[in-house]
Design a binder for this molecule. Structure first.
Ligand SMILES: [Zn+2]
Length: 285
């Protein structure tokens, strides 16, 4: 089967207030989370883009605290990685949140693959979901959307995997590599810590950072340990793949993707800033 590599392209950071996004458990927790686009490259030079980062002025700043240096501007990042946006034919959109749609318009000759369910819900968001989208960024591009219903084989070695929960029509991307199947989780998991059973060390590190602002969380405290043991007794961590829309669905999606993955690529984990090329640099130590 055809093999690809994946490059996480860092395009900025969110100094994010999780207390406003997730649940009271995250009250007072600010985290610096990187925002990525992903470049999938075939041995023959084929290039496919996954997601398109954010436009600074389209992000609710009190929640996300967006910041990027000049070299992290999306056109600069693409140029530095040998991507000519006009030559890209295929763009995959994991979901229509504002940090995934900001620069879709640059790919003037591309088709955009998105789940039909995602488009419907982005047109007509319910309540809190409306905060996550900025339809002006993509509404003129809809004629070039290719709507997918459920799991879909895009081409040899690349599959789109329906993984709802973070949004109604969220999808992940399965990519065949020389070290097995890599899954680009999108926001089905923000962090390795979201898959607590599989990445316990990362889970502890996230939890340790998650104490109430100004107060360290003591991992040796018996009460803290008891809470953590309950989390580990559950099937997945879940807290760190924010379950904005539907907690049950996101847990099922996490379970489905985890079963499929030889290589896990979450949406916003700082560890990915050290992995320039996956699978070559895939290392979680
Ligand atoms: Zn999202």
């Amino acid at each position: 089967m055809k093999e690809y590599c994946i490059k996480p392209l860092l395009t900025g950071w969110f100094h994010m207030n999780w207390g406003l996004i997730m649940s009271p458990i995250a009250a007072g927790y600010f985290a610096d989370l990187p925002v990525f686009m992903f470049l999938i490259e075939g041995e023959d030079g084929e290039q496919i883009i996954v997601d398109a980062s954010y436009q600074h002025d389209h992000v609710p700043k009190f929640i996300f605290g967006p910041h990027r240096t000049p070299e992290l501007e999306v056109p600069e990042v693409l140029k530095a990685n040998g991507v000519d946006p006009l030559a890209i034919e295929t763009v995959i959109i994991t979901h229509l949140h504002h940090d995934h749609t900001g620069y879709l318009y640059l790919f003037e000759n591309a088709n955009y693959y998105v789940q039909e369910e995602e488009l419907i819900n982005a047109y007509f968001p319910m309540g809190y979901q409306a905060v996550g989208g900025y339809p002006d960024e993509w509404i003129d591009l809809v004629p070039r959307f290719r709507l997918v219903n459920g799991d879909f084989n895009l081409k040899e070695g690349i599959d789109l995997i329906f993984a709802p929960g973070h949004t109604a029509g969220h999808q992940a991307v399965a990519v065949n590599t020389s070290r097995g199947r890599a899954i680009i989780f999108g926001d089905a998991a923000y962090l390795y810590g979201g898959l607590a059973k599989r990445f316990p060390q990362q889970f502890y590190e996230v939890v340790a950072k998650g104490g109430v602002a100004g107060k360290e969380l003591d991992l040796n405290d018996p009460e803290v340990q008891e809470v953590l043991s309950r989390v580990f007794g559950a099937r997945y961590g879940g807290y760190f793949g924010p379950s904005i829309l539907n907690p049950g669905e996101i847990m099922r999606s996490l379970a489905k993707l985890d079963l499929m993955a030889d290589i896990v690529i979450p949406g916003h984990d700082p560890l990915l800033t050290r992995m320039k090329i996956i699978p070559d640099d895939y290392d979680l130590e």
